[in-house]
Design a protein around this ligand. Structure first.
Ligand code: GLU
Length: 294
């Protein structure tokens, strides 16, 4: 009960919380940036953003390696670097990006309502979400896994929750939260949901839950940040292809982002983005995924 109340308050806080524009002197601002330095089709989202020379990008801020608010107050990670690749291609300096925190549950709303221009936030492409938003990508394929304390030998995979005795934490509106419900005996007592993953980690530390479940790469970020404290409980048991969320009807912007991703797979910028961020945490990049131009 206390956890649920805390989660409700935390969700409201997260919704109200938006990071302000970076305002830093990024060295990677892009020498080709600037209005007029690129030309885009009249009336397109690309033209509008290039003319405005500003853009709002939805990311996570609590996920080491993908989107974690750094000491500078700006999020850092693979998703942030992928966003910068796209923004540079729009001819906008990356220090003009306003990063907006988009916890799992609010991503579709943030796109539909225009709170952000696109979302890069460990965002699994799936048919349910495609009813409300469109996805460019994928630019990475993760898989669901389980994180436990390093000395826990009792949880070895999703089947370990079937006896009804252990609690597992995940995030509201995420695919792993829905998926783990199939593996527990009693959802009401065993599945604890918050709005962000760092709250799940706090609940694990406090002994309120026995495990945290989400994508392997998010969990690997927490493992790397807390040497020796946690481990993965087994192998990945789902496929989570990460896409970039845009407005459902904006086919041109989606095509532009897909073209930009494909270019980044070729020119080394996608690999560099990985090596500089999540690649340091023991996860594999793998081969560039095939872009799905559905
Ligand atoms: N990739 C999964 C999802 O989009 C889990 C990670 C997250 O919550 O961002 O739901």
């Amino acid at each position: 009960m206390r956890l649920q109340r805390f989660a409700a308050v935390a969700t409201a806080t997260a919704l109200a919380f938006g990071l302000t524009a970076c305002g830093s002197k990024d060295s990677d601002g892009g020498s080709d940036a600037g209005a007029g330095s690129k030309s885009f089709a009249a009336g397109s989202t690309m033209e509008r953003l290039n003319k405005a020379q500003s853009i709002k990008v939805g990311t996570k801020v609590d996920q080491p390696g993908f989107g974690l608010k750094g000491l500078s107050g700006k999020p850092e990670g693979f998703d942030v670097e992928v966003a910068k690749i796209i923004v540079k291609e729009l001819g906008i300096p990356t220090d003009k990006i306003e990063f907006v925190e988009t916890p799992s549950k609010v991503r579709e709303d943030a796109i539909v309502n225009g709170t952000v221009d696109f979302v890069v936030a460990t965002y699994t492409i799936n048919d349910e979400r495609k009813k409300r938003v469109a996805f460019a990508g994928p630019y990475y394929e993760a898989g669901q896994n389980i994180l436990v304390k390093a000395d826990d030998a009792g949880i070895t995979g999703p089947d370990s929750f079937k006896d009804g005795t252990k609690k597992v934490c995940s995030v509201t509106g995420s695919t792993p939260a829905e998926n783990i419900k199939k593996s527990v005996k009693d959802v009401a007592t065993q599945v604890v949901l918050f709005d962000t993953y760092d709250k799940c980690i706090t609940a694990l530390d406090g002994g309120q839950v026995n495990a945290v479940t989400t994508d392997n790469v998010i969990l690997l970020g927490y493992i790397a940040k807390n040497q020796g404290k946690y481990k993965l409980a087994g192998d990945n048991f789902t496929k989570e292809p990460y896409g970039i969320g845009v407005k459902l009807e904006d086919k041109d912007f989606r095509t532009f982002i897909n073209d930009t991703l494909e270019k980044s797979f070729q020119d080394g910028s996608w690999k560099k983005a990985w090596d500089d961020t999540a690649g340091k945490f023991g996860a594999e990049l793998g081969a560039a995924p095939a872009i799905d131009r559905y």
